[in-house]
Write a protein that binds this ligand. Structure first.
Ligand code: ZN
Length: 468
C-alpha cells in the first residue's frame, strides 16, 4: 500500500516541483530584467550605435539645511546639459523652479534645432543666499552655448520667505510705493550709464524702456545680507559683448526706500536713494576741484553737523593723490561727480583727449570708492553739444556762483548765496580753498533756518523729472 501510494503520488509531486521551479525562474528573470531596466533608465540610454549617452541625476546638500541641490547631467550627445537647481521644502517654490527648468530645456532644444549647428550645451548654475535670516534668495544663471560659442545668457531669480514659502516681489520690498520705484529706476539707470563696462554698448531705446519705473523691470533681484543686485539679461539693454549688466547697491543705501520689515542693518542716508517730501524747499551744494587733504575733511565735518548731503565734482588726479578722502566723501553719503582728470577746457581739445580726461577720471573714482560717478561737470563750465554727446553722464552746471575762487573771502560766501537764492538752487563752491571751509557754516546755518533741505544734484534732477 505504501509503495502503491508513493507510486500514485509521484506525478503530482513532480508537477508541483516543476511548477515551483518554473515560477521561481520566472520571478528571478522578472527581477533581473526589472533591475536591469531600472539601471538602464537611471544612468544610461543608448541613442544610436555610435553615441554613448549618459544621463544622471544627483542630489547634494547646500549650505542651508532646508535646501538641497539637484544636478542633472547629460553628456555624450550633441545636446548636452549640466543643470543645477534647488529643491526646497515648499511645493509652490519647487513647482515654479522645475517649470522654469523644463521651459529652459525646451527653449534650448528648439534654439539648437533652429540653428542647424552641430553641438550645443545648456548650463544652469544656482547661487543661494539669505536675507535678514528670513528670506531665501535664489539666482539661476542660464547659459546656452552653440558650437562652443556663447549663444544666450539669462538670469532668473526667486525670493521667498523661509518659514511660509511665500514669494516676495520687488513691489513688496519697496512697500508698493511708486515714488520709491521712481528713485530706484533713476538710480539703476544712472549707474548703468556711468559704468564704463556697459556705457559704450548700451542700446539707448532699450535702456529707457527697461529702466522705466515699472515693477516688472526690477523683478530680477538677488539679495544677501549686504547688497541688492539687479540683473538685466545679456543683449537686453546692451550689446551682448557687454555681458550681463548688473547693478549692485549696498543694503544701507536701499534701506530708505524699503518697506520697514525689509530694512536691514544700518542706514546710510545718501539722498540718492532717499524719498522726498515734495513740499520741502531744496538746495544742492556742490564742491569742485577736490578732494583736498585738509579743506575737504573740514567741509565733510560741517556737512555732517547740519545733516547735509552735497555733491563733490572731483578731479581724477586729486582722487589719485587723496584716495582716502575721496572714499570718505562717498562713505559719508555724498554724491561723487566727474570733473575731468586735469581740468582742461574741453571745447578746445581733441575728441581723443576729451575721452581720456573723462574715462580716466571715471575709472579712478570707481577703483577708489567702488562706484562710478553719477554726474559730470565740465571745468570752467565750458561745454558744447559735441562734447556733451561724447559723454554718458548728465552734465550739471550751477545756478548760483559764489565766486569763492576769486574773492577767497569767508564772509562773502553767504552774501553771494543770499543774493541768488531760490528753490532747487545748485550752488557752486570749491573744496580747495580754506576760505570756503571757513565761510561754509554761516551758509549752512542760514539755509537751514530758511527751511532748505540739503540734497545732491541727482536729487534735484530727479525732483524736476517727477514734477514734470
Ligand atoms: Zn573746476
Amino acid at each position: 500500500m505504501k509503495q502503491d501510494g508513493q507510486i500514485k503520488r509521484r506525478p503530482w509531486i513532480e508537477f508541483a516541483l516543476i511548477s515551483t521551479i518554473i515560477t521561481l525562474a520566472v520571478v528571478i528573470i522578472f527581477f533581473i530584467s526589472m533591475n536591469g531596466n531600472f539601471k538602464f533608465q537611471k544612468t544610461t540610454t543608448t541613442a544610436s550605435a555610435t553615441d554613448h549617452v549618459k544621463e544622471s541625476v544627483s542630489i547634494t546638500d547646500s549650505e542651508f539645511p532646508d535646501i538641497r541641490i539637484v544636478t542633472e547631467r547629460n553628456s555624450g550627445t550633441n545636446m548636452t546639459y549640466n543643470i543645477s537647481y534647488p529643491k526646497t521644502t515648499f511645493d509652490n517654490v519647487n513647482q515654479e523652479i522645475t517649470q522654469y527648468i523644463t521651459t529652459s530645456k525646451d527653449i534650448y532644444q528648439s534654439e539648437l534645432k533652429n540653428s542647424e549647428m552641430a553641438k550645443g550645451d545648456l548650463h544652469i548654475e544656482v547661487a543661494l543666499a539669505q536675507y535678514q535670516s528670513e528670506l531665501y534668495s535664489i539666482t539661476l544663471k542660464n547659459n546656452i552655448t552653440i558650437d562652443d560659442r556663447a549663444h544666450n545668457t539669462s538670469i532668473q531669480t526667486y525670493l521667498f520667505n523661509k518659514t511660509t514659502g511665500e514669494f516676495i516681489s520687488t513691489k513688496e520690498l519697496l512697500n508698493d510705493n511708486e515714488l520709491y520705484l521712481n528713485i530706484l529706476a533713476k538710480y539703476v539707470k544712472s549707474q548703468l550709464l556711468a559704468n564704463n563696462n556697459y556705457s559704450n554698448y548700451l542700446y539707448s531705446e532699450k535702456l529707457i524702456e527697461k529702466t522705466a519705473p515699472q515693477w516688472e523691470n526690477f523683478n530680477r533681484v538677488a539679495m544677501n545680507e549686504d547688497t541688492f543686485t539687479f540683473y538685466f539679461n545679456k543683449g537686453e539693454i546692451a550689446d551682448p559683448i557687454a555681458g550681463l549688466p548688473t547693478i549692485t547697491i549696498p543694503v544701507s543705501f536701499m534701506n530708505p526706500i524699503l518697506a520697514e520689515t525689509y530694512q536691514n542693518g544700518e542706514t546710510i542716508n545718501t539722498n540718492i536713494l532717499t524719498p522726498y517730501d515734495i513740499n520741502t524747499k531744496r538746495v544742492a551744494l556742490t564742491f569742485d576741484d577736490g578732494p583736498h587733504p585738509t579743506v575737504t575733511p573740514q567741509i565733510l565735518n560741517l556737512l555732517d553737523k547740519y545733516n547735509a548731503k552735497a555733491t563733490f565734482f572731483m578731479l581724477g588726479q586729486r582722487v589719485q593723490n587723496s584716495p582716502d578722502i575721496a572714499k570718505d566723501v562717498w562713505n559719508r553719503g555724498h554724491e561723487v561727480g566727474n570733473h575731468t582728470w586735469g581740468h582742461p577746457v574741453l571745447t578746445r581739445i581733441g575728441d581723443q583727449q576729451i575721452l581720456e580726461e573723462f574715462n580716466s577720471t571715471s575709472n579712478i573714482i570707481h577703483e577708489t570708492i567702488g562706484q562710478y560717478p553719477s554726474v559730470f561737470r565740465p571745468p570752467y563750465g565750458a561745454i558744447n553739444d559735441h562734447v556733451t554727446s561724447m559723454l554718458n553722464l548728465p552734465v550739471i552746471m550751477w545756478s548760483i556762483d559764489t565766486l569763492d575762487w576769486k574773492h577767497r573771502n569767508a564772509n562773502q560766501l553767504l552774501t553771494y548765496v543770499q543774493y541768488g537764492m531760490h528753490n532747487n538752487a545748485i550752488i557752486l563752491m570749491h573744496d580747495i580753498h580754506q576760505s570756503t571751509a571757513d565761510g561754509l557754516e554761516s551758509v549752512l546755518a542760514y539755509l537751514q533756518q530758511q527751511g532748505y533741505q540739503f540734497v545732491t544734484v541727482s536729487d534735484i534732477l530727479l525732483i524736476e523729472q517727477l514734477n514734470q
